[in-house]
Structure formats: structure tokens, C-alpha cells
Design a binder for this molecule. Structure first.
Ligand code: F6P
Length: 337
């Protein structure tokens, strides 16, 4: 068989480890040929590709980013349509031209949605979920998430001492537009006093009261972890709004730190390397069994798969009564109300 592989959407640690898992399993175990498509779906439209060999895989396990490159190209999107260009037809024709028996699409929610549309158009496709946000429906986990949580946790750990030295409130804004998984996990791992996620409503008076109560208990600083997607009345950054409001209401100095793209860059942690490897390898097993139209997924501790049509368009949010939230509340953490 000859298969194609592409990476689409925002990058995250572990993509290259997945590419390695797919290519090594395909080439060494199944004797398949692998075509690496450059720049996500754009490369399929422009026919920009390379033939993957064992040599192309050197050093990939630990490398951040994606050697194939990525883009936000969505071939079925009306917003991205170009007059006179039938992107879906071009995509299908180019897959046939390249003689691909299957296409592996590594990406987040948008990519899996596109993969679902390809499957519906009769293209043999396999999805592999990736995002630091951990918000792809149909899987318990995406690689990249644990690395991002470790990076955020280490950064928050470092803010405790400077917060204490200056008797300040430190507000740390982490990634997560719709889902607050990174904020919840890094906030709990780094001993946050207030953790705010988009899935839960919040009240600034409760937050300020929680901080003042902590100060009255003899603590001279506080750590507030905020997901970037937290809705606020202002158009600016969520962290900025939370920090300035805390300062205004409590009179305590507050500072904001935005972790941004540091959470997405660099080498994957060992957990993500293993997860990426398992997912990549399983994608090829599905192809060998001709089980197309599926996305590789984690269910409990097992690697399994789900039909792409069950995934498309759904976001995996933090349940507002998630066990970790309840346990955090029992330990005095404020989750906004
Ligand atoms: O990968 C997901 C994510 O990291 C979001 O949390 C973040 O806001 C977004 O991607 C930003 O990505 P970009 O600026 O590359 O579109």
C-alpha cells in the first residue's frame, strides 16, 4: 500500500513522534510506501510532498513542531473558497494522482472535521488527534497536553517565590480557548489558589474575597490561573482583566503573566512520546485492516478508534463538576464562585 500523511492546524509537542510512529510501522512492519504531504491540506491541493524514508525520521522522537509543516487550510470551508477553484475535487483528484490508498490526518478539531468530510466524500482516511488543549471529542487524551501542562506547571512554580517576595497576586494566563483543561491541570499541579476556566461562571467579588481570606490566614501572596478563553466584559486579554480587577477591588498589587506559545513549543515529555508513538502505530494497523473513516483515540488506558462522524464539530469540554474541581474545592481552591 502507499499512504499519505499530513499535519494540519496549530502544532504541538509530539507530532514528529507520531509521524515517526506512522512511518516506521508502515515501512518496516507492513512494507508500505509513505508520502509526506507538506503544509497540511494545502500540500494536497498544491501537490507539495516528499517520499518518506527511514532517513527522514532521524531525531524525530524528541523534536518539537512538525517536519511536514502545517497550515490552517480547510478545503471544504466556504470562507476559504477561491472562485473558480473546486478544492474538494482537486483534493480527491490529487490523492488519486499520488496513488494513495489512505491519508493519515494529524490535527485537532478542525482537522478531524475535514477528515470526516473526506471520509464522506469516499476518501480512505484515518485521523490522529493532537492538541495541547486536549479538547478533541471522542478521545480521553491528545498528545501534547501533558507536555503543555508540565511547561505551565514549571512556570507557575517559579512565580510562587517572586509573588511571595513582593506580596503580590500573580495571574497566569494559559492556553485553552473553549476548554480549560490546561488551566485546571496546571493550576492544580502548581498549587493555584484560584483557577478560572471557560466552562464555569465566575464572580469577581467571590474571587477577591477568596484572595483576601487567604491573606487574612497569614499567606502573603496568591496564585490565580486563568484560561485564555475565559469570557470577560472587556475586549482585552482575560488575564489582564482578572489582574486589574483584583487589584482595584482588593488594593493588593497584581501582575499578569501570559505563557502563550511556550506551552506549544519544544520537545514532548516522555508520556507524550509514548502516546504519540502508540497512536501513530495504531493508525497504520487500522489502514492495514482497511478500517477507514476512523480517528485513533484513547479510551481509559487503551488505544482504540472512533468513527470520524462521531467526532466532527464536537469539543471536549471540562465537565463543570469534574472530580479534580470538586477535590480542589474541598482543599480551598476557588473555581470562580
Ligand atoms: O493549539 C491550540 C491553541 O494552542 C489554542 O489554545 C491557542 O489559542 C491557539 O492554538 C492559537 O494558535 P494560532 O495562533 O497558531 O492560531
Amino acid at each position: 500500500m502507499r499512504i499519505g500523511i499530513l499535519t494540519s492546524g496549530g502544532d504541538c509537542p509530539g507530532i514528529n513522534a507520531t509521524i515517526r510512529g506512522v512511518c516506521k510501522t508502515a515501512i518496516l512492519n507492513y512494507g508500505m510506501e509513505v508520502i509526506g504531504i507538506h503544509g497540511g491540506f494545502k500540500g494536497l491541493i498544491d501537490l507539495d510532498f516528499e517520499v518518506m524514508t527511514e532517513k527522514s525520521l532521524t531525531g524525530l522522537l524528541t523534536m518539537g513542531g512538525t517536519i511536514l509543516g502545517t497550515s490552517r487550510e480547510k478545503p471544504y470551508s466556504k470562507k476559504q473558497a477561491i472562485p473558480g477553484v473546486d478544492k474538494p475535487a482537486l483534493l480527491k483528484a490529487n490523492i488519486e494522482k499520488l496513488g494513495l490508498d489512505a491519508v493519515v490526518c494529524i490535527g485537532g478539531n478542525g482537522t478531524q472535521k475535514t477528515a470526516g468530510k473526506m471520509a464522506r466524500a469516499g476518501i480512505p482516511v484515518i485521523g490522529i488527534p493532537k492538541t495541547i488543549d486536549n479538547d478533541v471529542a471522542g478521545t480521553d487524551l491528545c498528545f501534547g497536553f501533558h507536555t503543555a501542562v508540565s511547561i505551565a506547571t514549571e512556570a507557575i512554580d517559579r512565580l510562587h517565590s517572586t509573588a511571595s517576595a513582593h506580596r503580590r497576586v500573580m495571574v497566569i494566563e494559559v492556553m485553552g480557548h473553549k476548554a480549560g483543561w490546561i488551566a485546571l491541570y496546571s493550576g492544580m499541579a502548581a498549587g493555584g489558589d484560584v483557577i478560572l476556566i471557560p466552562e464555569r461562571p465566575y464572580d469577581m467579588n467571590c474571587i477577591c474575597q477568596a484572595i483576601m481570606n487567604r491573606m487574612q490566614r497569614g499567606k502573603n501572596y496568591a496564585i490565580v490561573v486563568v484560561a485564555e478563553g475565559l469570557p470577560t466584559p472587556n475586549p482585552g486579554r482575560a488575564g489582564e482583566y482578572i489582574a486589574s480587577t483584583i487589584s482595584e477591588v482588593t488594593g493588593i498589587e497584581a501582575r499578569e503573566t501570559v505563557l502563550g506559545y511556550t506551552q506549544r513549543g519544544g520537545s514532548p515529555c516522555s508520556f507524550d512520546r509514548i502516546l504519540a508513538t502508540r497512536m501513530g502505530s495504531h493508525a497504520v494497523e487500522l489502514i492495514a485492516e482497511h478500517r477507514f473513516g476512523h480517528m485513533v483515540a484513547v479510551n481509559g488506558g487503551d488505544i482504540t478508534s472512533v468513527p470520524l462522524i462521531e467526532v466532527a464539530g464536537n469539543t471536549r469540554l471540562v465537565p463543570p463538576d469534574h472530580e479534580l474541581i470538586i477535590q480542589g474545592q474541598h482543599m480551598g481552591v476557588c473555581f470562580g464562585k
